[in-house]
Structure formats: C-alpha cells, structure tokens
Ligand binder design. Sequence first.
Ligand SMILES: [Zn+2]
Length: 317
Amino acid sequence: MRSLTFDEVFAMLSAVRLSAADLARLREWIASIMHPAECIALIEQAAAGRPCPHCGCARRHRCGQASGLQRFRCPGCRHTYNALTGTPLARLRKKECWLPYLQCVLESRTVRDAARVVNVHRTTSFRWRHRFVPGAMRDRPQILSAIVEADETYRLESQKGSRKLTRRARKRGCVAARRGINKEHDCLLVARDRNGNTLDFHAGRGQVTAAQLHGCLRPVLPADVLLISDGAAAYRRFAADAGITHEAVNVRAGVRARGAIHIQNVNGWHSRFKSWLVRFRGVASRYLINYSGWQRILDARRLATPAHLLCAAAQSG
Ligand SMILES: [Zn+2]
C-alpha cells in the first residue's frame, strides 16, 4: 500500500471534529517537533537592536558564538553579552526544550508533569517555571482606565519548599491558628478595568491597608478613573487621599450591584484563579505573585503561543 501524502492526512484531519483533548495532543506533538533553531531565532529577534545590557552603549562588535547565540563585545565597556544577558533566561540550558516547555506553561502543567512531557529533570522544570513565568509576567498593562474594580483575596501564608520555617509547623496542614484575616494571610490585590486589563499585587500580610493600596494602585490609576470596591474602609481612605472618585458596593449586606457599580469582574477573576490554583496543591507565599501573574497571562490570552511567551520572557528587565 502506498503511504499517504501530507495533503491527504491533513484533509482527513481537517474533516475530524477535534475534542479539546485531541487538540492538546496535537499541540504537544507540534511543540515537540519544533526545530531548535526556531527558539534561537525567536530569542535573537526579541533582542534585535537592544543596547549593551552593561552600559547602554548602542554600538557593538560581533564576537563569536556561544550556546547557539551570537556573542557581542561592547566597544564602550569591553564586556561581552548575548541576546539573553540581563534577562531571566540568561544561562539556562537546553534551548531545544524551551518551546515545548512553554507549551506546558500554557497548559498549566505541574512541575512534575512538565518535566515528564519535556523530558527534563524536576529541578530543571521548577527552575524554568520560575524564570519563564516572571519573565512573561512583565507583559502587563501600564495603567488601568475608566471604570476600575479592585478587590483582595487572602491565602494562608505558606512556606512550602523552605528548609527552615520561621514559625511552628501547622498541624493538620492548612488551618489558621486564629479566625478571620490576620498576619497569617497573604493579601493578593487585583484591579481590573472594564476592558479586561488586569493587574495583580502581593500587597503584604493581613487586611489590606490604605498605605498598601496607595503603593500598589496609585501609580496605575489616572486621576479620572472611577474606582469600585467593597465596603472596606481602606479603599475609601485611599481614594480620598488620592483624589479618585470611588464607589463602594456593600457586599456584606448582600448588595451585589447597583447598575454598573459592581465588582463582579474582579471577583470572577479571583474565583478563576482559586480554582486554577487547586492543581498545584498549595503554593509558597514567595511565589504567590508568580502564580497570579501566570494566571493573568493565561486569562488575558494575549500571549497565546510558546513563541509569544518566549519573546515576552526574553525581554530585559
Ligand atoms: Zn557596554
């Protein structure tokens, strides 16, 4: 029997109704056969025209190759550099696995799962996650506009993965010693405008304060926005100090919305974040912002392919 041509296979494939699982398999397969040179080309492309990361000098001389990347020498400071110097991806190895790994990031795979799919060690998978994700997370809106909803969610502080605990270990896993929100809780503040632009902040421990709101929100809110929050006094104080128009919904009293005055978009984001986070079985406080940033990237769907993620992560900080 003669073997099928690609056109015939493609025609058959196009005729099949693909399930989400089928699509995931296809994506995984395509990622796995992507050419390693593609990754290098994307990295070089992302860094095109970037000045010396050491001194900012725009002039440079070619100076050989290393790890597949062109090396440059700066005539100003004499240092050498390549397209990844000064980015979170500097000195990471196995570039041929990066695009398949980033596909795993898009599919929200756990460290173990991604390690298995890409065939790297678990510690490599962990290291990559905490380089690629913070890199890509820098793709975030500079400011929010018009109507901005803000609300916090709290997560019990976690020292998962730490060798030395700075407190006594919790019995029975994840139960707080005291009731209510207190210094045992990390505060994740999320602000979202009605165009879907979203910003996340790890505001600190305990109930959010006006000072924390000032630090997080003031730089990203123009003077003419309408800020909507729940009834917490910190928002009222912050808005008054910052001269920003503010409306509160009394969620505690069971009021969900007054016309367009509601925080349902930001609350929707929080609930998607919480259910997405379950698969990771608890995340360390120091990585909380990485996970919320990761969810923000997935939720915004702006960086929808491994190549997009790679280009965002390969930007200098
Ligand atoms: Zn230089």
